[in-house]
Structures are given as structure tokens and as C-alpha cells.
Design a protein around this ligand. Structure first.
Ligand code: NAD
Length: 443
């Protein structure tokens, strides 16, 4: 099938590459000319396991191409898939300006029937707004006869495993009431549904809602566990034992109940807040979601508070080694990352940071630029040299079995603050390191 993808970000690029891999003919369009230019040269703008080779191979085979030419893009696809960003506005609601700009462009350029697929995470009712916008522009052109449909098809990929998630989706949500649209969408995704039917077809509003409900429940699990970890720490319990104890109940399960220093990234914080705003817009008090957001904001400061307490508030001139900058492992994404809250608090207190992350160094550089209180180090060991403490922020696999002896020798004060509970307190204590983690007692 001929398919156009608007927006070559995490979602658009991965989904486009995966759809090209199964044989569809995909044209990607973005307003970022620099990104398009680099992609055409085979340079991949984001880090995502498996993505680079997938894009390069399909680009070489001519199944995926990149352009800034909107007219050509609208002409190309029988299906026009929009995966542009929906960033938060000041009050936390989703900003639909990019979504509506795509709708506008479609209305302006379309000359044949189209199926418009809304892939971005958008508040309930947005597909109706897209439909109205396209109809309005077609009317202004005197082309109301042109047929189109708008279908909600939210994306559930996880950064860090996005390619695998799109290749083997748990489910494909299709929000439409049209038999023809359903048929076309089934054809588009048939290659991903061979093992069993992954398609769940529902009405448009329920599909839009499903995406928010999914992210909100995942964020709730994390905030719940973080709240429990605060209690465990004060009550003399070990949250890691509690985690195993409750996870063994299949009604609870082991997934997504790791305590830590809060969720970040481009989705959970934004989507929880957008849902709160949606609720406020209809005078519904979303008490639970507000608490989830509040707990997360507090949790992002927990590691700083521990450090501050340990050094009795005297952080001026201290140097801290930070392991991990990305909001989670296997990505270079630092949007709303706990590392940012932590670094900014340390800088505010007059301390400096020596940081290492396997993938997010460039991203960190482009966010903060050159500054005296930030040293980006080439290895995790280099980040330790002369530091007053080690702070673990992201649970990258390569941090899990370090040389504790080397760690002890390199640090000025042999103390580790672990925001992800990746070490056994007894083991690290045996190596002569002081250890503070989340929801556990020091050994
Ligand atoms: P992103 O910011 O990485 O990419 C968005 C892209 O859209 C950018 O390249 C931007 O230049 C482009 N764009 C903006 N306006 C455009 C226009 N008029 N025409 C063409 N391109 C345009 O965003 P993302 O992380 O891929 O997220 C996209 C959407 O998918 C959001 O709604 C997000 O909530 C949702 N989502 C994201 C994830 C994730 O893990 N990142 C997962 C599921 C859903």
C-alpha cells in the first residue's frame, strides 16, 4: 500500500520503517528540513535499538523516502498517517497546533479520497476536530465532494524497544465506525497480525481514550510503588522484598512496580496532566490522577534530598558523578528526565556534575550546552574520578555489575546514592561503600 507518515519523530520514524519493512511504500514528511536532509543521507536522528539498519535497508530498497514537500506527501498516500507531536501547553492540556496544521495541509492538498490516521496521543474529540478542519478547508476550496475518513489508531510503542514493539504489537487499536476504513486498516496491519488477530476495533472516542487510560494506569502503578517505598523506608521494611511479595500475585504482576525516582519521558507526565486538564474541562475532579502527578513531582527530588541530608546541606563546591541521563535505558531521550531535575537542583546548590550515559550525552550537550558545572565523561569510570559521591539515575544494564573496588578508590567520599535500586545493599557494603537507595535500609 502507498502510505504517507507526517512527523518523523520517535513514533513516525519507527512506525514508517516497520511498515516499509513488511513491504508498504512509505513516504515520510516533516517540517524539519534538516532532519529530512540527514535522513536522506542515512543519518538517523534518534537512538533506538535496531532502527538504524531498518531505516537504511528500507531506504536503499526505495520503500521509505523522506521529504518536506507536503503536496507530494498528500498525493502519495492512500492512507495519511499523522504522528506529529502533541506537547503540553502551559496549563498541561495537549497542544493540537501540529495536529491541526497537518489536517489543514491535507485539506489544502488532497485531490483524491483519503483515509487520515491519527497516531498521535490526542484528547478525546480530536479526530472530530481533524475532520472539521479538513472539511472546512475543502469547502473553502470548493471541493466538498472529496471523500475522506479520520480514524484513531493510537501508538503503544515503548522508547528503548520501539522497533520490536511495532514489529510485534500486543494490540492494534482501530477507532472507526466505517466498515471500509476498518477493511483498509486491517489490510495495512495484516502482516503484524498473523499469529493471532491483534486488531481491536472500537469507536473513535474510545480509541482516543484507550491511549490515555493505558498511560495513566502505568503512571499510577509507578507512583503507587514510589509512595509505598517512602513508607517502607520509614517503617523499616525493604521495598524490594515487598515488590517481590506483591508481584507474585498474578492480579498484581511483576511489571511496572519498580520503585525509583519518578517517571519521565515525553509521554507519562504529559499524558497524565493532559487527562487532568480534560477532566477539568468537563468539571470532573480527577483526584487520583492529580495524586499520581503530585507523587511523581515529589519523587523526582528524592535523590537530591538524600544527598542534601547526607552532606548536611553543604553542597557548594562538591562534585557529583551521575550515571544515567536518559529518562530510561536504551534511549537517548531526556524529555522530563529525573536526571534533569537532579542536575538542576545540584547546580542550584552550587555543586557540579560529572555525567556519563551510554546514549544520551549528545542530547544532554544540546540541552545544556557548555557549562563549567557539567562535565560529560567518556566512560562511567571517568565520571567517578574525584567525585564526592556517585548518583545512579538510569538503570542501564552496563551499570549493574561495576567494579565496586574501583568505585571506592575513585570517589573522594565512598558513598553511592542509587535512585534505581540496582545493587544489593549487603554486597556494596562489603566493598566498603556507604549506600542509600529507594525504600530500603542501608546494610
Ligand atoms: P517527536 O517530537 O519525536 O516528533 C514529532 C515530529 O513531528 C517532529 O519531527 C516534528 O518536526 C514533526 N512535525 C511537527 N509538525 C509537523 C507538520 N505539520 N508536518 C510534518 N511534521 C511535523 O514526537 P514523538 O515522540 O514521536 O510523539 C508523537 C506523538 O506520538 C505524540 O502525540 C506522542 O504523545 C505520541 N506517542 C509517543 C510515544 C513515544 O514513546 N515517544 C509513544 C506513543 C505515542
Amino acid at each position: 500500500m502507498n502510505l504517507t507518515v507526517f512527523g518523523i519523530g520517535y513514533v513516525g520514524l519507527v512506525q514508517a520503517a516497520v511498515l516499509a519493512e513488511v513491504g508498504h511504500n512509505v513516504l515520510c514528511v516533516d517540517i524539519d528540513a534538516d532532519k529530512v536532509e540527514r535522513l536522506n543521507q542515512g543519518l538517523i536522528p534518534i537512538y533506538e535499538p535496531g532502527l538504524e539498519s531498518l531505516v537504511r535497508e528500507n531506504h536503499a530498497a526505495g520503500r521509505i523516502t523522506f521529504t518536506t514537500d507536503v503536496a507530494a506527501a498528500v498525493k502519495h498516500g492512500q492512507i495519511l498517517m499523522s504522528a506529529v507531536g502533541t506537547p503540553p501547553t502551559e496549563d498541561g492540556s495537549a497542544d493540537l497546533k501540529y495536529v491541526l496544521a497537518v489536517a489543514e495541509a491535507i485539506g489544502r492538498e488532497m485531490e483524491a479520497p483519503k483515509i487520515v490516521v491519527s497516531k498521535s496521543t490526542v484528547p478525546v474529540g480530536t479526530c472530530d476536530k481533524i475532520r472539521l478542519k479538513i472539511a472546512e478547508v475543502l469547502k473553502a476550496r470548493g471541493r466538498e465532494e472529496l471523500d475522506f475518513d479520520v480514524v484513531s489508531n493510537p501508538e503503544f510503542l515503548k522508547e528503548g524497544s520501539a522497533v520490536v514493539d511495532c514489529m510485534k504489537p500486543d494490540r492494534i487499536i482501530i477507532g472507526t465506525s466505517s466498515d471500509n476504513t476498518e477493511k483498509v486498516m486491517r489490510e495495512l496491519y495484516a502482516p503484524f497480525s498473523r499469529n493471532h488477530d491483534k486488531m481491536i476495533v472500537m469507536d473513535v472516542r474510545s480509541a482516543e481514550f484507550t491511549k490515555y487510560a493505558a498511560n495513566c494506569i502505568l503512571a499510577t502503578k509507578i507512583s503507587f510503588m514510589n509512595e509505598m517505598s517512602g513508607l517502607a523506608e520509614r517503617l523499616g521494611a525493604d521495598i524490594e522484598e515487598v515488590r517481590k511479595g506483591i508481584g507474585s500475585d498474578p492480579r498484581i504482576g511483576y511489571d511496572f512496580i519498580y520503585p525509583g525516582i519518578g517517571y519521565g519521558g515525553s509521554c507519562f507526565p504529559k499524558d497524565v496532566r493532559a487527562m487532568i486538564q480534560t477532566a477539568e474541562g468537563i468539571s470532573f475532579d480527577a483526584k487520583m490522577l492529580k495524586a499520581v502527578d503530585e507523587r511523581n513531582n515529589a519523587q523526582k527530588s528524592i535523590l537530591f534530598e538524600k544527598v542534601h541530608r547526607y552532606f548536611k546541606g553543604n553542597l557548594k563546591g562538591k562534585v557529583f558523578a551521575l550515571w544515567g541521563l536518559a529518562f530510561k535505558p536504551n534511549t537517548d531521550d531526556m524529555r522530563e528526565a529525573p536526571s534533569r531535575t537532579l542536575m538542576e537542583a545540584l547546580w542550584q546548590a552550587g555543586a557540579s556534575v560529572q555525567a556519563f550515559d551510554p546514549e544520551a550525552m549528545q542530547e544532554c550537550q544540546s540541552i545544556y550546552g557548555q557549562r563549567d558545572d557539567l562535565l560529560l565523561c567518556g566512560t562511567k569510570e571517568a565520571a567517578l574520578r574525584g567525585a564526592d559521591a556517585l548518583l545512579i539515575v538510569t538503570e542501564w544494564k552496563s551499570f549493574r555489575a561495576p567494579s565496586f573496588d574501583l568505585m571506592k578508590d575513585a570517589l573522594t567520599t565512598p558513598v553511592v546514592f542509587d535512585g534505581r535500586n540496582i545493587y544489593d545493599p549487603k554486597v556494596i557494603a562489603r566493598h566498603g561503600l556507604e549506600y542509600y537507595s529507594i525504600g530500603r535500609q542501608a546494610a
